[in-house]
Design a protein around this ligand. Structure first.
Ligand SMILES: [Zn+2]
Ligand SMILES: [Zn+2]
Length: 353
């Protein structure tokens, strides 16, 4: 079959590989109807995870909408033909961490993540014609036909992450909120923030067309690269800082911007994927200003997939609006490059095998 394989920095392309085999009783084989590229996949693309990927073999992709084609003997919840999506992290549903809701820290699978290299379980990826989902009953859900493929894809990672960010931030009516990062997950965060009746939302992103989407939804938008960005931002919260900040970027600079702009006693929910080993984090400042700093490195999305589905079914959120491009699996190298460069008004890429 065909699948996207990592060959090195900025070199991910469709390749003919051996067909996957269903060799575990708790797993099932799924035909991929559509998949998409996550912002975190761009870290793989730029080579940040080169040491943990095997060039020419490691598969990528962790967002899925597909059709069950074969189930293992122990799979109870699914039958062939079911339309399904899975959580990006493969969890067993039985261990201590799964039982306390920390599914991304599953002790059985040892933090396995689809399409993310050898230390994260060396699993297959969704950028393929088919894939095997181990522990299927624990982290796969059925998706009704009323939800389109593009929207359903966001249940694997982006939308539950946006829900989690909002739960961590606990935004109350009338609060002044900042959103740092207006990629697809950031924009879904914004959709949910706006449901909480904040006094205002100031959204930051260096890419003009992403700022335009946030502005259209009612956010005040700023370019974090502007020389006076902090002064501009503080002018929107009486100079004292924001009550709540959701950070969806994952760089030392974006975390520092969050810390510079939060008011005393405020809450930062940082769900960006941080790849750097070190930060200029001054814990004394966090302590002296009573800042609640939540860093969510591995989002436990499985417990929030049903809520994501419900938000879509109620019409509160329509993630398909964030898909800017459709590509075939054969053209996934172009899809990665377009998304990475943010060219051609790129927002989110849908890939059809
Ligand atoms: Zn993701
Ligand atoms: Zn587990």
């Amino acid at each position: 079959m065909k699948a996207a394989v990592y060959y090195g920095p900025e070199d991910i392309r469709a390749t003919q590989i051996d067909d996957p085999k269903l060799d575990v009783a708790h797993g099932m084989m799924v035909e991929v109807t559509a998949t998409s590229i996550c912002g975190s996949d761009l870290h793989l693309y730029r080579g940040a995870f080169d040491p943990i990927l095997e060039r020419g073999r490691s598969q990528v992709g962790h967002e899925l909408i597909g059709k069950v084609i074969e189930t293992g003997a122990d799979v109870a919840n699914f039958t062939p033909g079911d339309r399904v999506t899975m959580a990006y992290s493969c969890s067993c549903g039985d261990c201590y961490m799964c039982n306390v809701g920390q599914t991304a820290h599953c002790e059985t699978t040892q933090k396995a993540v689809y399409g993310f290299g050898i230390p994260f379980g060396d699993l297959n990826g969704s950028h393929a014609e088919a894939m095997v989902l181990p522990h299927a009953d624990a982290h796969v859900i059925k998706v009704p036909d009323s939800i389109c493929d593009a929207a359903a894809l966001t249940l694997s990672c982006n939308l539950p992450s946006a829900i989690i960010a909002n739960k961590l931030a606990e935004i109350k009516p009338g609060e002044k909120v900042a959103l740092i990062g207006c990629g697809p997950t950031g924009l879904m965060c914004l959709d949910i923030i706006l449901q909480k009746s904040p006094a205002s939302v100031v959204a930051f992103d260096p890419v003009a067309h992403r700022r335009a989407v946030a502005a259209k939804k009612g956010a005040i938008v700023l370019d974090p690269g502007a020389a006076d960005v902090k002064e501009q931002a503080l002018s929107h919260c009486e100079g004292r800082g924001f009550d709540k900040i959701i950070e969806v970027v994952g760089t030392p600079e974006s975390l520092q911007l969050s810390l510079d702009l939060i008011r005393p006693g405020g809450t930062i929910a940082a769900i960006g994927v941080f790849c750097d080993q070190e930060f200029n984090l001054v814990l004394a400042d966090v302590f002296l200003r009573d800042i609640s700093l939540h860093m969510n490195g591995f989002a436990n999305v499985q417990p929030f997939m049903a809520e994501g589905l419900s938000l879509m079914e109620q019409g509160i959120i329509s993630p398909e609006e964030y898909f800017s491009h459709d590509f075939s699996l054969d053209a996934i190298d172009t899809a990665f490059k377009t998304f990475f460069d943010k060219s051609d008004n790129a927002l989110k890429m849908l890939i059809r095998p």
